[in-house]
Design a binder for this molecule. Structure first.
Ligand code: FER
Length: 275
């Protein structure tokens, strides 16, 4: 899992912004932006996979880039040919920048990341596929996120499985049945994930989940039981320690609290297997 953070990277990707229109909670049109990382060598002559990477609670489209070495991890991985280059889109699930004082409002946050599923489908993905040279297919589209972004990722599995095949939930559990539901209502949550996939006609060869957290992470008590519960359904969630086999992967890091600076390393670790 060691990132060559001092590696001399001469092949750097660029970060652009895309603006797009979506609909706010009241149904009014609103303009938003996302950051778009284009790998070194990006060109209209090729079509690239796209990873959507979602910030945590209180964050914004800049959070991943400001708070972690994710760009360095992408640049160095592609320069070293650890994986085929892909585009990474950093959007936000908020319509208004949140003012965070004290404890997280679980119901409000859950509402934002659930509403964002429609924005992905109706507005953001079409805008990205129109503006950039993408493969524009679920096989070449992934979504991941940290904390509330991990919660967003599980909702994408439930609501947008026809759009994504790769899922990277990092230090965030599934909130279908309320805040911290992966820990508080593990059995019900796991069963729902299972049923939603099956009812939409998807089987275990149709998606891959690359989950991660840390032993010291506040989300560990919520994500860990959920992943352990999912292992009990190997006909749909086939766990393997080898990220190239099965479709459910889970890495728990040592000395890793709930921070972008830690969780981005999971993306580095899994990168060769994503697309
Ligand atoms: C979790 C998932 C999300 C969790 C916390 C969050 C404590 C979000 C926290 C925040 O936005 O502050 O499992 O565990």
């Amino acid at each position: 899992m060691e990132l060559h953070q001092y590696h001399d990277v001469n092949q750097r990707g660029t970060v652009e912004r895309i603006t797009y229109f979506t609909t706010d909670e009241g149904g009014a049109p609103t303009e938003k932006y996302a950051n778009v990382y284009l790998p070194y060598g990006y060109s209209n002559e090729k079509a690239f996979p796209v990873l959507y990477l979602i910030h945590g609670g209180g964050g914004n489209p800049d959070a991943w880039l400001d708070c972690s070495k994710i760009k360095n991890a992408l640049d160095s991985s592609f320069a070293e040919e650890r994986g085929a280059p892909f585009i990474t889109v950093f959007p936000t699930f908020y319509n208004q920048a949140p003012v965070r004082t004290g404890r997280v409002d679980e119901a409000a946050e859950r509402g934002h990341v659930l509403r964002f599923q429609q924005e992905l489908r109706n507005d953001l993905i079409p805008a990205v596929d129109a503006a950039f040279s993408t493969q524009a297919a679920r096989e070449a589209r992934g979504i991941g996120g940290f904390s509330m972004g991990g919660v967003t990722t599980w909702f994408a599995f439930l609501e947008n499985l026809d759009l994504f095949s790769v899922f990277l939930p990092l230090s965030g559990d599934c909130w279908q049945f309320g805040g911290l539901g992966g820990g508080k209502q593990t059995e019900k949550t796991v069963r729902y994930l299972y049923d939603r996939a099956v009812e939409q006609g998807f089987g275990k060869r149709d998606f891959r989940i690359f989950a991660g957290t840390g032993y010291e992470d506040i989300a560990y008590p919520n994500l860990n039981p959920q992943i352990e519960g999912m292992k009990a359904y190997p006909d749909l969630f086939e766990f393997s320690d080898d990220p190239g086999k099965g479709n459910l992967h889970y890495t728990v890091m040592e000395n890793a609290p709930h921070m972008y600076e830690k969780v981005y390393q999971h993306i580095y670790h899994y990168l060769p297997y994503l697309f």
